[in-house]
Design a protein around this ligand. Sequence first.
Ligand code: ADP
Length: 191
Amino acid sequence: MNIILLGPPGAGKGTQAGHLVETRDMIQLSTGDMLRAAKTSGTEMGKRVAEVMDRGELVTDEIVIGLIREQLEGDKKGGFIFDGFPRTLAQADALEALLNEFGEKLDTVIEMQVNDEVLVERIVNRAKEAVAAGGTARADDNEESLKIRLMEYYKKTSPLIGYYHAKGNLTSIDGLASIEEVQGSIAKILG
Ligand code: ADP
């Protein structure tokens, strides 16, 4: 099974993807994690994307499509969970082409619905918790970058909801429910 978790920053995509990795042996493909890893490892690409990411803007389609392509070449285990990808219509088209190329298909797109106030609250808390635990907050978990991340989401990513709805593979769930309840809703969809 190959699925997309779609939703704004802070919707809980990463948490749910982690659960699916544990319970269904699926592979989480988080472009955000891949880009952060590139940033820390100091590769040329990492250096190029660092500022863009920290501001809260999207990096170019070309870069993230390249990252996803590399991952599709590996073992697919229980299937792929696309987390934070696609984020633009061009990325959605590229994903379709890539899946075709690798003889795979997209089974379902799960949209996690959450309202903006909750998103801001969750992200501000995530930053506080990271600091309280002795670490540092993500460079883009500040109010200014968060505002840009949300605008990028509404401008560039939310059109994917209509797109996948029209294709007939979208299911929307309530992302405000408890983590366990959201897990239950996803399990029901995946069967
Ligand atoms: P969140 O969903 O919490 O905003 P992510 O970890 O998914 O965070 O992404 C962090 C940042 O990485 C984004 O704000 C963006 O700069 C970059 N990024 C991640 N995925 C993509 C993508 N598919 N296309 C473009 N930029 C991306």
